[in-house]
Design a protein around this ligand. Structure first.
Ligand code: 13P
Length: 343
């Protein structure tokens, strides 16, 4: 069997446990070049390699980040960039005990014959890429599949099956070659007036298929991490449904039904929640499910970065204030992971 033949497994289990240790979470900074461009544009900064590098340097060199952040997700470009002082980002993070991860998927492709549903690309040559990134300092990886909630029957069985299988295939290849896979089935927060109950139903459908595929591919659950969305109603749903008790209650219920206790960490994406909402919901989850078998934690991109980007706005003189803000956002989310955030 795969597990006893794979010499990497003990190390991967230790890595996954380290990333998910209590009081810590993940900073997702793996925006592709076009996505980084969209974000930079909001503060009037041009999408050049140097501007992307400068903003990431601001994030990664913030002193004290290592007190709250156990891992940072990079992508290919950032893996090989350096600080102005010439240190590789990978080394700048690793020497402070922050583990480095890298995005392995190559983005979304339309599934023909569906209503705009997608699958995720990147399986070709994946084993070689995993070996390369591991050699260059990565210890974990991520792969994002996206599901949309539409009219009844969307997400379709077909989209769920295709994405569950590629997530499982990716996770298995990562473990085979020595990276901890973060499995990210995102239910995008989108337009529509669907209820939080419907969102919970669809989340359960998706997660149960994903975990079934993971099991079938002999992925070792102790050596992976899950990155789901919180359960949120459609953006046009009647107000009140997104009350934090309701989000935490539905999210905990779905996870209990689908995620084995052997998985060490569930690291939510922020997925369009505001920074404060993301922290409040994370805190409420600890109260909802204090004896959860997994660490209920964060792997936030926008909720950790948006305000920081704005505070920076491309100006060198703003770096200290922007870094202080990042540290504060990391701190409150780390506290919310412990259920100890003092609002
Ligand atoms: P957000 O927290 O901005 O959703 O980003 C996390 C992420 O990595 C999405 O793939």
């Amino acid at each position: 069997p795969f597990e006893s033949d794979n010499v990497h497994i003990p190390e991967l289990i230790a890595t996954a446990a380290r990333i998910s240790r209590r009081g810590f979470g993940i900073l997702a900074a793996d925006e592709s070049v076009p996505t980084a461009g969209k974000r930079l544009k909001t503060v009037g900064v041009e999408n050049t390699a140097e501007n992307r590098r400068a903003f990431r340097e601001l994030l990664f060199t913030a002193e004290g980040l290592e007190d709250y952040i156990s891992g940072v997700i990079l992508f290919d470009e950032t893996m090989y960039q350096r600080t102005a002082g010439g240190e590789r980002f990978v080394d700048c993070l690793s020497r402070r005990g922050i583990l480095v991860g890298t995005k392995l998927d190559t983005g979304l492709r339309l599934i023909a014959g569906t209503e705009g549903e997608t699958r995720t690309g990147g399986l070709d040559g994946l084993g070689d890429r995993v070996c390369e990134y591991r050699k260059d300092g990565a210890t974990f990886a991520k792969w994002r599949a996206v599901f949309k909630i539409g009219h009844a029957g969307v997400p379709s069985d077909r989209a769920i099956r295709e994405n569950a299988q590629s997530l499982a295939r990716y996770a298995s290849i990562c473990q085979e070659h020595g990276l901890v896979p973060i499995v990210e089935p995102e239910l995008t927060l989108g337009p529509g007036d669907y209820s939080i109950g419907r969102a919970a139903f669809e989340s359960e459908r998706v997660l149960s298929h994903v975990m079934r595929a993971i099991n079938e591919a002999q992925v070792v659950p102790e050596a992976m991490l899950l990155k789901p969305s919180m359960v949120l109603p459609g953006l046009d749903a009647p107000l009140g449904e997104s009350a934090r008790e309701s989000v935490a209650t539905h999210t905990a219920k779905v996870l209990k039904r689908t995620v084995p206790p052997a998985v060490p960490g569930v690291h939510f994406l922020s997925g369009g929640m505001g920074a404060e909402e993301a922290t409040q919901n994370l805190q409420q989850l600890q109260h909802e499910y204090p004896d959860a078998p997994w660490s209920l934690s964060f792997s936030y991109g926008r909720a950790l970065q948006d305000a920081v980007l704005k505070a920076w706005s491309g100006l060198e003189e703003n770096v200290p204030a922007a870094q202080a803000l990042l540290l504060e956002l990391a701190r409150v989310n780390a506290q919310a992971q412990l259920g100890e955030w003092d609002e």
